[in-house]
Design a protein around this ligand. Structure first.
Ligand code: 5GP
Length: 140
């Protein structure tokens, strides 16, 4: 994987406002927050997208995400928030080191805006589609 700005943050070569760190995980304030308290949670493992992340690093992130959500909500004074995780440039990923956003959704506005052009699940296609994903998930 090509080096990203997050590698430099992990090595301490550029500063960040750290909010949490353990053996596998670093969390810090986003430099371009969508709302006050917007935090990024990154694995120390350097891979671009979630699907590439090892089980160990995934488990470490999963263990700490809810706690970090509680901390961000306590300090930002709202109980509503989005956890966002972008993979690939078409999916709005700009930094190619896997990361989770915790974005408070304040009552007074701000936070993540979502365009959600929902379709309709095709009842005829759905069984085969589910089976294909089930098989792929079991095979991996
Ligand atoms: P993405 O669109 O890849 O999911 O989000 C990348 C995030 O990284 C953006 O929200 C952006 O503000 C944040 N970011 C980019 N460079 C830096 C940096 O040098 N420091 C910090 N703290 N955040 C950064």
């Amino acid at each position: 994987m090509a080096e990203t700005i997050f590698s430099k943050i992990l090595r301490g070569e550029i500063p960040c406002h750290e909010v949490y760190q353990d053996e596998h995980v670093l969390a810090f304030l986003d430099i371009g927050p969508l709302s006050k308290g917007h935090v990024l949670v990154i694995p120390k493992e350097e891979v671009a997208t979630l699907a590439e992340l090892s089980d160990e690093a995934s488990a470490a992130i999963g263990r700490v995400l809810p706690r970090l959500c509680r901390a961000v909500m306590k300090v930002s004074g709202t109980d509503q928030y989005n956890v966002l995780q972008n993979n690939g440039p078409r999916a709005h990923q700009a930094v190619f080191h896997v990361h989770f956003h915790i974005i408070p959704k304040p009552l007074e506005g701000g936070g993540l805006g979502i365009d959600w052009p929902a379709g309709q699940l095709d009842a005829e296609e759905a069984p085969a589609l589910a089976e294909a994903i089930r098989a792929a998930a079991n095979g991996s």
